[in-house]
Design a binder for this molecule. Structure first.
Ligand SMILES: [Zn+2]
Length: 78
């Protein structure tokens, strides 16, 4: 097994155990599990690299997440 493959599997295992569910603000569906980390002025969501998620500020200290694609969000489907 290659080193990158081992790192990827370890990361997936850690996110599966310690990750927090990121829910859509509109439909409340879990879009992805991730571990939020603040690093050098960025907020990184470890484990959310493949999710199509948009983020906005709901207030000065609260972020809200939504499905990017309308077709993926049950509450916004036509
Ligand atoms: Zn949604």
């Amino acid at each position: 097994m290659q080193r990158d493959e081992v790192k990827r599997k370890v990361k997936l295992a850690v996110v599966a155990v310690a990750g927090r569910p990121i829910r859509c603000e509109v439909c409340d569906e879990v879009m992805v599990k991730a571990i939020p980390i603040i690093w050098k002025g960025d907020v990184k969501l470890i484990g959310a690299e493949t999710g199509l998620v948009s983020v906005d500020f709901a207030s000065m200290n609260r972020l809200v997440f939504r499905h990017v694609e309308v077709a993926a969000c049950p509450a916004r489907r036509p």
